[in-house]
Design a protein around this ligand. Sequence first.
Ligand code: NAI
Length: 273
Amino acid sequence: MSHQLLKGKRGIIFGALDESSIAWKVAKRSFEEGAVFTLTNEPIAMRMGEINKLADECNTKVIPADATNMDDLSKLFDESMETLGGKIDFVLHSIGMSPNVRKKRDYTDLNYDFLTKTLDVSAISFHKVMQTAYQKDAMNEWGSITGLTYIAAQRTFPSYSDMAEAKATLESIARSFGYHYGKARKVRVNTISQSPTWTTAGSGVDGFDAFFKYADTLSPLGNASADSCADYCLFLFSDLSRMVTMQNLYNDGGFSSVGVSDEIMKMLSENKE
Ligand code: NAI
């Protein structure tokens, strides 16, 4: 149901790859809520073609940009402001990639060139996006910038590998840039820590099925879906969250506050017998 929560707002949405992408759902919901926005992804993702379908459905265009490339980001902000007719009100950073995870390198046998790439793509790109926007004065006051993260930043999930380092850095960048952007321009910066979700990036993690089931069994509300994550993003983009900044916010069905659930206790007791 639409409340036109984002009517009059202009945005940039990074990271829609296919229909399962969290950014895809955010784009669909933002459109329903009255926002205008551009879509962006790295040029290689463009070739898969699906994002153009989303652009048609949202009556917008795709501007290719590698989020680690400052020239690409500069063009992206310039072209977005021109296309949308003014400064930007919201940005979604929904980007993650680890060559170490992709190539199944064990955490105790990381390739450091890969690690550098993981950090650049999955974390430093968040700083690059914000620095580009900041230096161009491309955001409206009370604008909102949101990144997506995972609880492996706080707790160890062995197969998440070096993405844990990336997420810890991402969350730290949200706090640090959130301070500077808040002081200078009243722009808000937050991260949403999302439940395991069946997407291309998510299911690339070794043993994702078990990961998903474990979180679902531990969380009193069950795992949060990509659709619910999109709703939370919309709230953060909207004026309803004007005083929320520099926060890491859990959209996880309660997972982060639970020690153990009855179901898991039962499973472990049964296994013992
Ligand atoms: P996804 O695979 O649909 O999205 C990842 C996106 O990153 C893709 O669109 C990909 O093209 C883009 N990307 C990769 N390198 C890039 C670059 N250099 N420049 C620009 N874009 C680039 O997967 P998903 O799950 O929707 O991921 C979105 C975000 O949500 C990521 O930050 C991910 O870590 C986070 N997240 C995902 C969870 C999950 O279980 N799926 C759980 C918690 C957080």
